[in-house]
Design a protein around this ligand. Structure first.
Ligand code: PMV
Length: 319
């Protein structure tokens, strides 16, 4: 056993296909060059989680850990991490401490909880010298995501584990080659979002107006064209398609005045295209641009702006 174990994993961004994916159309996600880092070591008893971005430090006694595996318990984000560690070790007495440091904004649709789970699993395996496959890491993180999110799609744990790009369609995930930088500017609107509420509002609209079906089909075609423009390394056409997709998202009612304002700021500052990512109604918007640094220097808004890129690197076990 090592004195310390280390692991890290990336966040993710849905480039295209938000909402239409619920109706069987493809969604495209990429891993981000924003990571969660975890250090693990042996504690004298129980399980200790130190996580500044999640509040502070949490301690689980053995009986609390046993309760975690009972379905009637109400779970928190930290519980999801604890469950991931428990499953990884395959025992109820983990005697372990983890320290979590994440570059990924929380609760913003950027896959932070899956990245934390994957990085914890990696750090614990590094500490104990456990040999683990990527498939198993993603599977355990999916269990942890289920207790936090209810019915996750599996996009977040897959991206955190494998990195790169994936297409999610009709419940199937396919990893795709990504041989292209995608320079991104992400802005967190700081407006709360509620994925469940947004998904139901689209369902209600679709119930009332048949025309929504056409829009959803159109979103699917846009997503297919997005894959082609990424494969061809054509950022200009990718930007056009993101703008078209945003118009369609607006049409199904998942925009918000603050998101619109940020999207227009990004476009006017020179991004090839900009849209919401995820459920909308709040959360993050993103733009793509060749020279993100100079675009950000032209932005007139204050707030949390992140410059990043797509990343091929998935989970890393060790430093
Ligand atoms: O809000 P997020 O980032 O978790 O993304 C939700 C994406 C939706 O397409 C709106 C819903 C879904 O389950 O795919």
């Amino acid at each position: 056993m090592n004195e310390f174990g280390y692991g890290s994993a990336p966040g993710k961004l849905i480039i295209s296909g938000d909402h239409s994916v619920v109706y069987g159309q493809p969604a495209i996600a990429i891993a981000l060059d924003l990571r969660c880092y975890v250090k693990a070591w042996k504690s004298s008893s129980g399980l200790i989680i130190h996580a500044k971005n999640l509040g502070d430090s949490y301690y689980y006694t053995i009986s609390e850990l046993q309760n975690l595996q009972k379905t009637e318990t109400k779970f928190t984000k930290i519980d999801g991490i604890a469950l991931g560690i428990l499953i990884t070790l395959g025992k109820i007495k983990p005697e372990i401490a983890v320290e979590v440091n994440s570059d990924i904004p929380m609760s913003a649709g950027l896959g932070s909880s899956a990245a934390v789970a994957v990085a914890c699993i990696a750090a614990v395996c590094d500490l104990y010298g456990i040999n683990i496959s990527n498939e198993k890491i993603s599977e355990i993180a999916f269990e942890s995501e289920k207790i936090i999110h209810g019915r996750p799609s599996g996009i977040d744990n897959t991206m955190a584990t494998y990195g790169g790009m994936l297409v999610f369609e009709n419940g199937n995930i396919t990893l795709q080659e990504l041989n292209q930088n995608i320079p991104l500017i992400i802005i967190d609107s700081q407006v709360d979002r509620d994925t469940k509420k947004m998904v139901s509002s689209v369902a209600e609209l679709k119930e009332k107006y048949n025309e929504i079906n056409e829009i959803i089909r159109c979103m699917g075609n846009v997503s297919r064209a997005v894959i082609t423009s990424i494969n061809n390394g054509n950022l200009k056409s990718l930007g056009d398609l993101l703008n078209i997709n945003q118009g369609l998202l607006d049409a199904i009612g998942v925009n918000h005045p603050k998101l619109s304002e940020l999207i227009w700021c990004l476009r006017e500052a020179g991004c090839f295209g900009a849209k919401i990512t995820g459920a909308g109604g709040g959360g993050c918007v993103f733009g793509i641009a060749e020279d993100a640094e100079s675009i950000v220097s032209n932005l007139t808004i204050s707030g949390s702006i992140i410059i990043t890129n797509a990343s091929l690197e998935g989970v890393k076990i060790g430093r």
